[in-house]
Design a protein around this ligand. Sequence first.
Ligand code: TMP
Length: 222
Amino acid sequence: MTLGLFISFEGIDGAGKSTHVEALAQAFKQAKRRVTLTREPGGTPLAEKLRNMVLNDAMDPLTEALLIFAARRDHLKNVIEPALERGDVVLCDRFTDATFAYQGYGRQFNLEVLSQLERWVQQIESSDQLHQPDMTLWFALDPSIAAQRLVGARVPDRFESQPIDFFKQVHRGYQNRMNESPQRFAQINADQTKEQVWDDVASTLIQKQWLSAHDFSNTGHA
Ligand code: TMP
């Protein structure tokens, strides 16, 4: 039986992670692994509706946190858990670290409440363990560089339109989450060309022995 593998991708808006999620899916497919490519908030019909609200409708921070965790619960139960049980590689564009970074640090919402919601939503049945990614790739980028990259890119949502100080806090949030779980995180320097960032992603996966150099031929952005 092939064991499932759960990898999340994190970073502030403008860090350029999403293109690498797609490319990594190709590399795993080349290695003959089944891939579930998904995102948060979202990934199920219900969670996509909640995403739309969270990104566009005004709400207080507790409502925002509750909707994000409601979306996560639906996503975990209906997509992530079944995929891992089948032995898929689950590539998830953002997961709970984003909630601690954006809601906890960006919005300064109560971290204890977030931890409690995390336990309720992610607890593995009949165990005191939580569902967490096997690895989180954190695309780390100076918020002022990320802001320059986003200028004119698209109509900003409720997060993208935040001031730079918000993203400095979000960046600190990711740093703290990494400090709390250093074995889970791999920090990628996102202040490089797309090809260099991709090389770092590939090296990280090869080092983990989850993929070989051969699986990366004909993939990437070159
Ligand atoms: P995306 O643009 O990477 O798909 O992410 C959507 C936005 O939602 C992004 O600005 C970060 C934000 N977000 C949160 O605020 N909390 C969360 O828990 C997640 C998953 C995303």
